[in-house]
Design a protein around this ligand. Structure first.
Ligand code: NAD
Length: 288
């Protein structure tokens, strides 16, 4: 397959920034769209910092000038530019009402052959397909955070997703230096059906004062050999995204085991989103 040259990236938050950076570093032209210039300016600064930061760790590799990489990304609030995208990766807020609008817009703007990949934590890919007239060209690409450092992506086949769409998505992943594990569609897929429930339950442990934040995380790290504990992971993902994802699972399965922990709701109401806001279960003194 020919190299996919132009990739649209919708949403310039935690994930959109990582996806856009990865694509630009692998030589793709990127159109990064979000709803305000302010968000896009912040995204540009973060991508620049992240490229520099990564440069420190990859001293042996021939590093490309960060400005050259940034030049491959067009930052815009205008969806119209996505008409030239051969492939779109959507990374907007984990809310169905928001995503539904976005897919209707993309469907109207992009050529009929363009594949749309949803980087969602829990929303059904089949449901996303229903918001478009191209359900066969909708696929789930659940990237891991931080995107440029993570070689594996959970790929999700929606009810109507075609084999051709799957091979196009695999090809793009290969171009990005990644591989995919393909699973069938179900809310939360494999990873987040387990992870979100684990994190939610870990928050119940804090609420019930069974142990402290660092004790909970240390048990996972030192007893199970996990690299990070569930509460550190929650801070990395973003507590708002965790809450939205648990709510999606709760609504999708109508099963009370997915009820969001009240402490999680309270922290989100208080603006304690984790790393991205500087405070979650841990403090990040202006680090990000
Ligand atoms: P985020 O809150 O950091 O960013 C979401 C971005 O979407 C924001 O910048 C917001 O302004 C933008 N947005 C909202 N409405 C939009 C619209 N109409 N058009 C364009 N942009 C719009 O969230 P995130 O953590 O980057 O998550 C994005 C998606 O990726 C979610 O579906 C989430 O579930 C999923 N995801 C998150 C993680 C993670 O670790 N955070 C991992 C995998 C997948």
């Amino acid at each position: 397959m020919m190299k996919i040259q132009v990739v649209g990236v919708v949403g310039a938050g935690v994930m959109g920034i990582g996806v856009a950076q990865n694509l630009a570093q692998t030589g793709h032209q990127v159109i990064l769209v979000d709803i305000s210039e302010e968000i896009l300016d912040k995204a540009k600064k973060e991508i620049k910092n992240n490229i520099r930061f990564q440069g420190f760790f990859n001293k042996n590799e021939k590093a490309e000038n960060p400005d050259n990489i940034l030049h491959r990304i067009k930052f815009s609030t205008n969806y119209k530019f996505l008409e030239s995208a051969e492939f779109v990766i959507e990374n907007a807020t984990e809310k169905w009402d928001i995503k539904k609008e976005i897919y209707a817009q993309l469907d109207a703007i992009c050529p009929p052959e363009t594949v749309f990949a949803a980087n969602t934590s829990a929303i059904s890919i089949t449901r996303i397909g229903s918001a478009t007239k191209r359900a066969d060209k909708i696929i789930g690409m659940h990237f891991m955070n931080p995107v440029p450092m993570k070689p594996m992506v959970e790929m999700i086949r929606g009810y109507h997703t075609s084999d051709e769409t799957i091979s196009t998505a695999k090809e793009l992943l290969a171009q990005m230096g990644k591989e995919g594990i393909l699973v069938n569609d179900s809310p939360g897929f494999v990873s987040n059906r387990v992870l979100m429930l684990t994190i939610n339950e870990a928050i119940f442990l804090i609420q019930d004062q069974v142990a402290s934040v660092s004790e909970v995380d240390r048990i996972f790290k030192t007893c199970f050999g996990h690299k990070m504990g569930p509460l550190e992971t929650a801070d990395l993902i973003g507590l708002d995204t965790i809450l939205f994802s648990v709510e999606v699972l709760y609504e999708s399965f109508n099963d009370s085991k997915y009820r969001p922990c009240p402490l999680l709701k309270k922290m989100v109401d208080a603006g304690l989103y984790g790393r991205k806001s500087g405070q979650g279960f841990y403090s990040y003194n202006g680090a990000i």
